[in-house]
Write a protein that binds this ligand. Structure first.
Ligand SMILES: [Zn+2]
Length: 361
């Protein structure tokens, strides 16, 4: 009874209602955590369902927060579920996080991860960390105020942008966020109960292919710019800039090397334009979804196969989302190709805007 009362009087803020957020929030609701905050502004996509089990097929197209709240209420109507349907930012993070006892990091991007870490350290809130990629995951509890390190002690600098693909690009075994998320939920309940030995000062690494757990001891870095002995960071910073991501307007502006899927359709419908569209995805992706009349030249084979292409021909290059096609464009340009455009949004945008019968993955 005493333990259940402690759980009921605890509030948890879950950053992200995606792969990790799904099992975390569902188990916390089932356990009777009194108040669960959900930060997510994203929309449920069909391709999320393989790992984001808080959402179902009928939720595709809905706000993730609203879909998640409905699931949590059906598990336990006694839980107060609070939606924060915003992108966590330097402007709102302190205010949102301030209202909760424990924060759990279920995010999939570096700017939000560093932002969550910094806000938690500044507000002295435990940050229950988890991350996943392909077949591997890791978990820890960052809490300098409880004697452990913070995320910056472990990873002082983010990787260069584009180096680490997201789960959507790189793929993740669907059960992996279940395993790591359940470990995070376990740590939250232990913190709420004040029981056991927490993951403060320890990083657990999990490899699903080998089914092996490893543990690393973590120490607070006295040189850490945030939680070190002489911290240089006193407040929240610009995390997109810190992670090398260009500001929003630059991303939405028309890129000189890009065309839209509408322009690609015009090129395909009208051969007289003399534009050839090529697809640089991999063969297994081509098996799932393809556009009639667009040949496959996988990016991985381009260094060998580009000689079969005509450097004076005009090409529109397409991939899944428009990132690899820009890489292919850069490579072909270096080989002397003159007339190249990358199709913005790739086959995913084609499926959304031109032909709904093309499967998304
Ligand atoms: Zn630190």
């Amino acid at each position: 009874m005493a333990g259940q009362k402690r759980i009921c009087s605890t509030s948890v803020l879950c950053i992200g209602a995606g792969g990790l957020g799904s099992p975390i929030a569902m188990y916390l609701a089932a356990a009777g955590i009194g108040r669960i905050g959900l930060v997510d502004f994203d929309i449920v996509d069909f391709s999320n369902l393989q790992r984001q089990i808080i959402h179902g097929t009928e939720d595709v197209g809905r706000h993730k927060g609203e879909s998640a709240r409905e699931t949590l209420r059906s598990i336990n109507p006694g839980v107060d579920v609070v939606l924060h349907s915003v992108r966590l930012s330097s402007e709102n993070a302190l205010e949102i996080i301030q209202g909760y006892d424990i924060v759990v990091d279920g995010t999939d991007n570096f700017p939000t991860r560093y932002l969550t870490n910094d806000a938690c350290v500044l507000l002295k809130k435990p940050n229950v960390y988890g991350s996943i990629f392909r077949f591997e995951g890791q978990a820890s509890v960052f809490a300098p105020h409880l004697g452990g390190p913070c995320y910056r002690c472990l990873y002082p600098e983010p990787p260069p942008p584009g180096m680490v693909p997201s789960c959507a690009e790189g793929g993740v075994l669907g059960v992996l966020p279940g395993i790591i998320g359940c470990m995070q939920a376990t740590e939250i309940l232990k913190l709420a109960l004040g029981k056991g030995t927490s993951l403060v000062g320890r990083l657990v690494l999990f490899n699903a292919l080998d089914m092996k757990f490893k543990e690393l001891k973590l120490r607070r870095d006295p040189q850490c710019p945030l939680c070190g002995d002489h911290p240089s960071i006193q407040g929240l910073i610009d995390y997109d800039q810190f992670c090398g991501i260009p500001a929003e307007p630059a991303q939405t502006d028309a890129h000189p090397d890009e065309v839209t899927v509408q322009e690609m359709k015009k090129a395909l419908d009208n051969p007289k334009l003399g534009i050839q569209v090529i697809d640089v995805r991999e063969p297994d992706e081509y098996q799932i979804a393809r556009i009639e009349g667009v040949p496959l030249v996988p990016l991985s084979t381009l260094p060998q196969k580009f000689t079969a292409l005509d450097p004076n021909q005009q090409y529109y290059i397409s991939c899944k989302s428009g990132i690899r096609s820009l890489k292919a464009l850069k490579f072909l340009r270096e080989q002397g190709f003159k007339y190249l455009k990358s199709v913005k949004g790739g086959i995913s945008a084609w499926a959304d805007e031109i032909d709904h019968s093309v499967p998304k993955y």
